[in-house]
Design a protein around this ligand. Structure first.
Ligand code: AMP
Ligand code: MG
Length: 414
């Protein structure tokens, strides 16, 4: 098996080299906006946020029971304390505990001054105001100290963090109503090709439904992106040039699919070279070799291949890290793990491959991966049936059954 990229006149850029070039070329956006907490999931925090209060705010009880002072306990005999009131969550006991006293207390209620221990209710027995406790009870227990989670002035979330549900909960626990986040990226995309028809049209010979725009819209569903779907532009040099220029004028990023190769009707790279700058075109990745990256005016441009699997692979491996960097979010590499291949994986040396696989885990926790089958860049069902990429190094000449391979689960698609 010969990889056609071995016929290239000069060696292609590796995936890592392409990522490095992108990293150098992209300047993250810096403008920010304040957004109310309920709308910040997945947005990129623009500044470090510190807690204006102690969390918890008060010293409070972790259990239902009785608050008492360790000074009043007895190591040898059971002892009786006088019940002087109750502290409820939201309704604290008024006053301080005196010697010989205890207070009924509930989870989350403020522990009264003078108390240093909460004894769970199961250990005590009540007879009116007389509460009997056993000998040798454990003291200094079941109390959550003020600021035990986060101290007043302590860091809640680092700047450039892509905010999670846990972050939002933590910010709310500190009473924070809104936070500064980096503004959203404006991203335009369109498909190119004379053969493309829209959904709703009757199938006809020579035409195919435009699936790339739908897959891309799904891949671009992210709270950090404002997305404009510009539809389909035919293989017409002038129309493509006009479309690209118009998109670049008011978007941070423009993404196209199709027309990035070397065929008669593949104009994308030529147009990029004439009205912008080409940073690279073609990388040693399979599927997805023809991939143009550059700039048109102030806008970053990604010309993805036309084949649907190539679109998804190059988006995930090349474009997604770039968009993340542009949005300001720190580079969090996707999780990759080793799995034992249960099928033979065919490959010719030359390009790094992202084959589609089905990853499973057995009862011992060991990972296994099987190929989804046909790996052509037009076999879109492989992306739908698979749940991971099997990543094969450029120099690999295939994998036999039982060998370990690197896999990357498709978490981003969920
Ligand atoms: P191209 O890169 O334009 O030569 O396209 C490569 C292959 O991808 C051809 O078989 C195209 O028909 C197909 N293709 C291009 N654009 C799309 C699209 N939007 N949806 C589905 N297939 C496409
Ligand atoms: Mg085409």
């Amino acid at each position: 098996m010969i990889d056609p990229c071995s016929l290239e006149s000069k060696p292609l850029l590796s995936v890592d080299e392409a990522l490095e070039r992108i990293k150098t070329a992209i300047q993250p956006i810096i403008s920010s906006e304040r957004v109310v907490l309920k709308n910040v999931l997945g947005r990129v925090l623009a500044e470090d946020v510190f807690s204006p209060i102690n969390i918890p705010y008060d010293r409070n009880s972790a259990m239902d029971g009785y608050a008492l002072s360790s000074k009043d306990t007895d190591a040898k005999d059971s002892f009786v304390l006088n019940l002087v009131g109750a502290s409820w969550a939201g309704k604290p006991f008024q006053g301080a505990l005196q010697a010989g006293q205890c207070v009924r207390i509930f989870t989350g209620a403020v522990v009264p001054d003078g108390a240093d221990s909460v004894v769970i209710q199961e250990q005590a027995s009540a007879d009116g105001k007389d509460i009997t406790f056993p000998a040798n009870i454990t003291t200094y227990q079941n109390i959550r100290e003020a600021g035990e989670d986060v101290k007043q002035g302590g860091l809640l979330c680092n700047q450039l963090k892509k905010l999670t549900a846990a972050d939002i909960g933590l910010l709310a626990a500190a009473g924070i109503c809104d936070v500064p986040v980096r503004r959203k990226l404006n991203i335009a995309f369109f498909s190119t090709g004379d053969e493309l028809m829209g959904l709703g049209q009757q199938p006809e010979a020579g035409k195919i439904y435009d699936s790339n725009r739908y897959a891309l819209a799904g891949l671009l569903a992210d709270p950090c992106y404002n997305v404009t779907d510009m539809g389909v532009i035919p293989d017409d040099k002038q129309l493509l040039e006009d479309g690209l220029k118009q998109a670049a004028e008011c978007h941070d990023v423009v993404i196209t699919t199709g027309g990035a190769s070397v065929g008669e009707a593949d104009y994308i790279k030529e147009i990029l070279a004439s009205c912008g700058e080409v940073n690279f075109w073609k990388i040693a990745i399979k599927p997805g070799k023809p991939l143009a990256f550059g700039k048109i005016g102030a806008s970053y441009f990604f010309g993805l291949p036309g084949n649907p699997v190539s679109v998804m692979v190059t988006f995930q491996q090349i474009v997604a890290p770039a968009l993340k960097q542009l949005s300001g979010a720190g580079a969090n590499k996707s999780l990759r793990l080793l799995a034992t291949s249960t099928t033979t994986l065919k490959k010719a040396p030359g390009r790094q491959e992202f084959q589609r696989g089905i990853l499973t885990q057995d009862s011992n926790g060991d990972f296994f991966v099987a190929s989804t089958g046909q790996q052509g860049s037009h076999i879109l069902s492989s992306m739908s049936q698979g749940n991971c990429y099997i990543i094969l190094a450029a120099e690999s000449n295939g994998i036999t059954i039982g060998k370990k391979v690197l896999v990357e689960p498709f978490t981003i698609f969920i």
